[in-house]
Design a binder for this molecule. Structure first.
Ligand code: XMP
Length: 526
């Protein structure tokens, strides 16, 4: 049995639902709405009206889609949505769909509109009434469509037109159903946040209830209610932001009835395990258990080179170590996990998604262990987890910690993992991180780390021929790890890191910098 699932979000005070038709910006719409202080959820486009109605949303957003509403088997939503009396905003495909469903006409445009366009306001209500739209540059927007609404449905007014005279926004004020041909959620639509704000607060009547403080209050109340007066909960603590936030929430909710297990697989960065132990021994006194399992993990990994096999072994070993410890403690009913919203989506629990890598912290653990599962962060994006962490008083060292893969440095050592390679990579990684910090760039980067490749090359050290491994440096900028761009690090920084790594680690023969974005690369090498 799982708690804190989407359909179980009783703790959420108000919400907006985004029906996802597979548009490239659906996740971004969700982020923008949350940033505006309103909780929202992405649901598959074909979610039934009955299910939607049950969760009493304040508004519904229909996302974009690569499809065309006129194609055969075009994705469509439950038509009852348009009669349900809940405010609706259709964006791009969403607008075309609602226009077609409600009696308007949609056709393939003479020319497609992609990229930046400007629009002229025909009616200021409800989207364009802010002073901001007095400026000409405010009426810029980002288009990405081929189809267009050529006739709005009965009862709808045209609210804006593009410079090509295409209908850019429509609305039925009475029914509170609106459509935008352009994307208000992207950076290139400067007035977008006003448009979304006006939809959320004026049209839907939302109240900005989604704040870190309200989340903490609601989550603590919910955890207390679920765990009850005398039950116990266990939580796997990695030292990362997500599990730390879960730990602090549990601690606040049930105090000593929460137990935290740190499975130290020995695959962390230099000194990291020590820091985790020091911090949590102090902050979660008596409730924190450190299990040093490095040897057990390394012996299971001996001789294994396949990346997925390494992940599988680490995942399985993690469960075993955790299980041994947790079950030895007796009467524990609940297991709390730090699963966050992108994990829920990326693992395909929300709608079909290809599995690129097995992220072992999603799924797996609970059923086998026989605990009831609590996932208090299931609804949060990563940046929201950090805000909640700050609200809970987590130290900066944890809040600013880079995302780190569950299987640790094992997926940054190409080929077999050995103790010797681990220590070499830890040193190279520590040097690179130190240099990035010194250059003051750590907060601009999503992740930055070193990888130990399995390539051996020739070099010259002193006056001698040297034959040794290549270290690759990787630094990326990203919003949410779904996509990432390689970071344009200053050459001086790269030079210093390279000099230090080849100079201070005698074995390393060469340092290279990874200039692959995601896609087509992934952030990690394995
Ligand atoms: P990729 O390499 O898929 O990584 O682009 C995306 C983000 O996920 C992290 N990552 C993992 N996190 N368990 C985790 O908890 C894993 O097995 C795992 N693999 C990758 C990666 O560091 C990046 O932030």
């Amino acid at each position: 049995m799982k708690h804190f699932l989407a359909e179980d979000s009783g703790s959420i005070r108000e919400k907006v639902i985004i029906l996802d038709f597979g548009g490239q910006y659906s996740m971004l719409i969700a982020r923008r709405i949350r940033e505006a202080g309103v909780y929202c959820e992405l649901l598959p486009y074909n979610t039934s009206w009955m299910q939607i109605e049950k969760s009493k949303p304040a508004g519904i957003i229909l996302s974009g889609s690569p499809a065309s509403v006129n194609q055969e088997h075009a994705p469509s939503c439950d038509p009852a949505i348009f009669k349900g009396g809940i405010p609706i905003l259709g964006i791009c495909y969403g607008m075309q769909l609602l226009a077609k469903e409600m009696g308007g006409e949609v056709e393939r445009g003479i020319r497609s509109e992609f990229g930046r366009t400007s629009f002229a306001i025909v009616e200021a209500e409800p989207f364009f009434k802010d002073d901001f739209f007095q400026e000409e540059s405010a009426c810029c927007c980002w288009m990405s469509h081929q189809d267009e609404v050529i006739k709005s449905p009965p009862g709808f007014n045209v609210l804006a037109r593009t410079e090509n005279n295409t209908i850019a926004a429509i609305g039925d004020h009475q029914k509170k159903i609106y459509g935008l041909q352009f994307h208000p959620e992207v950076f290139h639509t400067p007035g977008g946040r006003y448009i979304l704000k006006n939809f959320l607060f004026d049209v839907c009547g939302c109240n900005r209830t989604w704040t870190p403080q309200s989340f903490v209050e609601d989550a603590v109340e919910k955890i207390t209610e679920i765990i009850g007066e005398d039950q116990k909960v266990v939580c796997a603590l990695s030292g990362g932001v997500d599990s730390s936030v879960v730990a602090f929430l549990l601690d606040r909710a049930v105090g000593e009835r929460a137990v935290f297990i740190f499975v130290d697989h020995g695959l962390l960065r230099l000194e990291e395990a020590k820091q985790v132990v020091e911090l949590y021994n102090e902050r979660l006194k008596g409730q924190f258990i450190h299990v040093n399992a490095k040897e057990r993990f390394l012996s299971s990994l001996a001789g294994v080179t396949d990346p997925e096999e390494k992940r599988r072994i680490i995942g399985a070993e993690f469960i075993n170590v955790f299980k041994d410890k947790a079950l030895s403690m007796g009467d524990i009913t609940y297991l709390a996990q730090g699963t966050i919203y992108p994990d829920v989506i990326e693992s395909g629990s929300v709608y079909g998604a290809a599995v690129i890598k097995t992220h072992h912290n999603v799924g797996g653990l609970p059923e086998e262990l026989g605990f009831k599962l609590i996932e208090p962060l299931r609804e949060l994006f990563k940046d929201e987890v950090r805000l909640v962490g700050a609200e809970l008083g987590l130290p900066g060292s944890v809040l600013k910690r880079q995302p780190f893969p569950g299987p640790g440095l094992a997926v940054r050592i190409i080929g077999e993992v050995t103790d010797e390679k681990l220590s070499l990579l830890q040193q190279a990684d520590a040097i690179f991180r130190e240099e990035v910090l010194q250059a003051g760039l750590s907060e601009e980067l999503w992740q930055y780390f070193a990888v130990l490749t399995d390539v051996q090359v020739v070099g010259v050290k002193g006056d001698d021929r040297h034959y040794g491994p290549v270290i690759a440096l990787r630094a990326v900028v990203s919003e949410d790890a779904m996509t990432a761009d390689w970071a344009r690090l200053p050459h001086d920084l790269l030079e210093k890191a390279s000099m230090r790594i080849t100079g201070e680690i005698s074995k390393v023969a060469r340092v290279v910098y990874d200039i692959t974005s995601k896609p087509p690369g992934t952030i990690e090498w394995e």
